[in-house]
Ligand binder design. Structure first.
Ligand code: F6P
Length: 316
């Protein structure tokens, strides 16, 4: 099943799971709409031909949901019962941290192995360098920011660009570096308003455009709040806000996405066949690695090791 926010590359992963299973004479069914589908026993049979022509498509053919019912014990018990009644031998979940937290709960009530494929544009899972969807999403973001930069330059404007990431700043971080942004605000890092204003006031006067990339969950409350705060303190700037929204979740997956999703899906089935249980398949330094769900969902460590300092230096 696919679960949580969709991400480009989920279809490529579904294809790899189905084709690898069929190759090994394993029957596959796909639950529709994530945990909702397991609770409602809503599934389709998947065969080689079911996954033809989907590797290049965004979204997920299995549909997805954030299931409120699965947050309740009743929903979890119903899902566990349906898995048992259907004689399911193993479950592959393609999703993000919420989906894997759900898997931890589900595994308390069933004994079949569950393997996760990291599918989220947020890249906020420990145990993989890139989650399925992240590469495509950041490329969508930089394409948009490049366009914003053109108009910002023409008008000598400051743009506050809001990207996705309610709890994670990794989309903001990479796209800020790649688009040459002047500043970055992310949920994981508390920033000092006075320092930020000082920094903005000290921007080199020869810079005609300035881009501030803000993750939607940043600690000041998003792009409009940030723009308002700058307006109050730096009336000399002409400021605009651009919220990129759900375009970041759609579109054809990049080449890297399709390859990674295929490797991960293939290895998820292999993992189930060789006794892995309650682990996420990831790729770290080009090697396939397995991380227990409990560890995979602790994303905060990831940003700390990343490239935030570059922005300050390279935009000077
Ligand atoms: O988890 C992926 C994500 O796109 C986040 O970046 C974003 O905060 C959230 O989903 C938005 O979810 P929804 O589409 O349910 O509003």
């Amino acid at each position: 099943m696919t679960s949580g926010g969709d991400s480009p590359g989920m279809n490529a992963c579904i294809r790899a799971v189905v084709r690898t299973a069929m190759y090994n004479n394993i029957e596959v069914i796909g639950f529709l709409k994530g945990y909702e589908g397991i609770i409602d026993n809503n599934f389709i049979e998947l065969k080689n031909e079911s996954v033809s022509g989907i590797i290049q498509k965004g979204g997920t053919i299995l549909k997805t949901a954030r299931s409120a019912r699965f947050m309740q014990e009743e929903g979890i018990l119903q899902a566990a019962k349906n898995l048992k009644d259907n004689d399911i031998d193993g479950l592959v979940i393609i999703g993000g941290d919420g989906s894997f937290k759900g898997a931890i709960e589900l595994s308390k009530h069933i004994h079949i192995p569950i393997v996760g494929c990291a599918g989220t544009i947020d890249n906020d899972l420990v145990g993989t360098d890139f989650t399925i969807g992240y590469d495509t999403a950041i490329n969508t973001v930089i394409e948009a920011i490049d366009k914003i930069r053109d108009t910002a330059e023409s008008h000598d404007r400051v743009f506050v660009v809001e990207v996705m990431g309610r709890d994670a700043g990794l989309i903001a971080l990479r796209s800020a570096i790649a688009s040459g942004a002047e500043a970055l605000l992310v949920p994981e890092i508390k920033y000092d308003t006075t320092n930020l204003i000082l920094k903005i006031k000290n921007w080199r006067s020869t810079k005609s455009s300035k881009i501030i990339v803000v993750a939607e969950g940043d600690q000041s409350g998003g792009a409009f709040k940030v723009a308002e705060m700058i307006k109050q303190n730096c009336p000399e700037f002409d400021i605009r806000v651009s919220v990129l929204g759900h375009i970041q979740r759609g579109g054809n997956p990049s080449c890297m996405e399709r390859v990674n999703a295929s490797i991960v899906g293939f290895n998820a089935v292999k993992a189930l066949m060789t006794g892995h249980k309650n682990e996420m398949v990831g790729i770290v330094n080009k090697q396939v690695v397995f991380t227990p769900f409990e560890k995979a969902v602790k994303h905060i460590q990831k940003l700390n090791n990343d490239l935030e300092e570059l922005i300050e230096v390279l935009s000077s």
